[in-house]
Design a protein around this ligand. Structure first.
Ligand code: GLU
Length: 301
């Protein structure tokens, strides 16, 4: 073990795929990194399926099979967000009882229009429904719009620490806790799950870094521990855009069809991280987050 926090013992890292399709090499590389961060620091490694949204039948089984084929193992059973709805609703009720929740009737379009007004902080919900009177709320409900529930945030920004990005300060707005269709929102579920599951290390793609201050703020508000973060570079295509299925042979199944064995795929992912070995466990000893590339990896199939 080479990382400074070796011996974090009781903690856990995790990979939390959305079962919306097959994992591509970018997702698999992130999973490998999450595994390496966890294992090299003596943590457990958990898999959670973020299945409240965009579920494609059979995708979860294929995702888990691909992780296993690459030699990534995990502790305990795989958990599912759909089994935890009562818990999320309980947390929303607690925030509601504390006066920290309001109903929002805005459509996506209304939010986009308001957010593009001059001086609106980029990407922030402008607070349109924050001060609605009881009568105005009743009127909107009567129009048949089911409200989303938003957090009444008391700060505008929050700072997190990230193993690769250092101190990162980002926007906190009145984030959605529960969608209009009653489904708990990702920014809430991720915070509650990570805390409940003893996850103290979150390794994921750096496209999620901008949401992280919101999540850490919400964790603090709920008096939950804020995990250590490492937002890792994505894999991009020849045009520098985030890798997607249409970019060619990007899934493990595609790679196998080309005649590359799982160990070769793993070795290629490792090579892109400056590591050498064909099994995850062969990479643990030489793993040092300080030496990871900070740039996206450009993959040409
Ligand atoms: N399920 C999310 C995704 O696949 C990842 C959530 C996370 O790692 O926090 O994008």
């Amino acid at each position: 073990m080479t990382t400074a926090d070796a011996g974090a013992g009781a903690g856990a890292g995790r990979f939390a795929p959305s079962p919306s399709g097959d994992l591509h090499l970018g997702n698999l590389r992130t999973a490998l990194l999450a595994w390496l961060f966890a294992r090299s620091s003596g943590r457990r490694f958990l898999i959670r399926v973020d299945d409240l949204d965009r579920v494609r039948s059979g995708a979860e089984q294929r995702q888990l099979a691909d992780l296993a084929a690459l030699g990534l193992d995990w502790d305990g059973t795989v958990s599912h967000q759909r089994d935890r709805l009562d818990r999320y609703h309980e947390v929303v009720s607690r925030l509601r009882a504390a006066g920290l929740v309001y109903e929002c009737f805005c459509t996506r379009r209304e939010i986009q229009q308001a957010a593009s007004a001059p001086h609106a902080p980029l990407g922030a919900y402008p607070g349109t429904c924050r001060q609605l009177t009881r009568a105005a709320r009743a009127e909107r409900r009567a129009q048949g719009r089911p409200p989303a529930l938003r957090l009444r945030a008391e700060v505008q920004e929050f700072t997190v620490r990230d193993r690769l990005h250092g101190k990162f300060t980002g926007l906190v707005d009145d984030l959605v806790l529960q969608r209009g269709d009653g489904v708990p929102a990702y920014n809430l579920t991720v915070v509650v799950d990570d805390a409940d599951q003893g996850i103290d290390q979150v390794v994921r793609g750096d496209d999620l870094l901008p949401s992280t201050p919101r999540q850490a703020y919400l964790a603090e508000l709920l008096e939950l521990p804020v995990p250590e973060y490492a937002h890792v570079p994505l894999v991009v295509n020849a045009e520098g855009k985030r890798l997607a299925k249409r970019d060619g042979a990007v899934t493990l199944a595609d790679q196998l069809a080309l005649g590359h064995a799982p160990a070769q795929v793993l070795a290629r992912l490792a090579g892109s991280l400056g590591l050498h070995g064909a099994t995850p466990s062969a990479l643990v000893d030489g793993f040092d987050p300080a030496h990871l590339p900070r740039e996206a990896w450009s993959f040409a199939a």
